[in-house]
Ligand binder design. Structure first.
Ligand SMILES: Cc1ncc(COP(=O)(O)O)c(C=O)c1O
Length: 351
């Protein structure tokens, strides 16, 4: 008998046989009683000299096989309750995009049905509520990846845009002919094409780390590539093609030793394992909402404050600021790398 402790889903009780009579220990008995789906008929107990139950002979009537996380959570995903081509839908393409649980659909309905308004650009109640929720989401993401401050979270359309943001702002500002960017042959194209474009514009050189026979990154080759010309290592945390996990904290140590920055493509790690940007020590990390049960059209860039501050804006646009919160919003906006205004020149600003 065993319980599944993953994600605290303790009701995933495992009993090896259906409707069998078996002997369980006293701790096993109390465990069985705790879990409702299994009916136990107690046929007799073995007691200790003090009268406590040491063992019990029980008949298990409602055998419950161990439930997978998928089975346990399936009911939360309305899209799965349908037939496709005459078969009950089984969806396995989660690495590409995940389905959305009812709680996410509800949050979207609540927004569009209840307080849809311009974020950071209106003075009315709906806009204030939308702005509060938007900033609460930024805080949630910061906490989720253990960022020191939510100001280091930059919302983007997806992970691809987050990588492009770094390429076009940090990359174009900091790279010159002969500088080297280290990638791997197992990167998603979103972590290759932006660097090819930036390399074309700056004359920087791309170097691709290959794989070992175990289909993990060849770390010795990576270490051998690092030199004083290396300005960036941009690589996956978990590979979308191999499932391999890169030892990011080590890669960061090696890269920082030659003065290079590190960008982590965390698209496949953030949905599946704890990610702590401070423990990883990288300079940038990107991920995408649609791969972690969130809406499509949303991703984020995390960057270290001092690195983000050194980067020019990515997009130019209008925006409104309220006087009492101007400084705060200015900070967020700068970190969104949207060029609106320069507080030192214009002061309070409504555009
Ligand atoms: C490892 C990895 N990086 C980047 C991306 C691109 O993500 P997005 O769709 O958010 O641009 C993906 C998507 O499959 C991915 O798996």
């Amino acid at each position: 008998m065993a319980t599944s402790t993953h994600l605290g889903l303790r009701h995933a009780l495992v009993l090896p046989q259906s409707s069998s009579t078996r002997v369980v220990s006293s701790s096993g008995l109390s465990l069985c009683k705790e879990f409702a789906p299994v009916k136990l008929k107690c046929r007799g107990v073995v007691r200790s000299a003090r009268g406590g139950v040491v063992k019990a002979v029980v008949t298990v009537e409602n055998y419950v096989a161990e439930k997978s996380l998928g089975e346990i959570t399936k009911g939360d995903f309305p899209i799965l309750d349908q037939e496709v081509n005459g078969y009950k839908l089984v969806y396995l393409d989660n690495a590409a995009t995940s389905q959305k649980p009812e709680s996410v659909l509800k949050a979207l309905r609540d927004y569009y049905g209840g307080y849809n308004a311009n974020v950071h650009r209106g003075v009315h109640a709906l806009s204030a509520k939308a702005t509060d929720e938007y900033e609460a989401a930024r805080k949630k993401i910061a906490d989720f990846i253990k960022a020191p401050t939510d100001r280091e979270i930059v919302f983007t359309r997806n992970a691809s845009e987050a990588i492009n943001l770094v390429a076009y702002t940090w990359g174009l500002t900091n790279l010159k002919e002969g500088d080297e960017i280290i990638l791997s042959v197992a990167e998603h194209h979103s972590n290759i094409v932006p660097w090819q474009l930036v390399a074309q514009k700056t004359g920087a050189v791309l170097r691709f780390v290959e794989l070992t026979s175990e289909e993990t990154l060849d770390l010795e080759q990576l270490k051998g590539f690092l030199n004083e010309r290396t300005k960036l290592v941009s690589t996956f945390h978990v590979s979308n093609v191999l499932g391999a996990i890169n030892p990011i904290a080590d890669i960061v140590k090696w890269a920082h030793a030659v003065g290079a920055k590190v960008l982590v493509d965390a698209c496949q790690s953030v949905p599946h394992m704890p990610v702590d940007v401070q423990a990883l020590g990288a300079d940038f990390l990107v991920a995408s909402s649609h791969k972690m049960c969130g809406p499509t059209g949303m991703g984020f860039l995390w960057g270290k404050s001092e690195v983000l501050e050194s980067m020019p804006p990515f997009l130019g646009k209008d925006c409104y600021y309220l006087p009492q919160t101007t400084r705060e919003f200015h900070f967020c906006r700068r970190y969104s790398l949207v060029a609106c205004y320069d507080e030192t020149k214009i002061g309070y600003f409504i555009a």
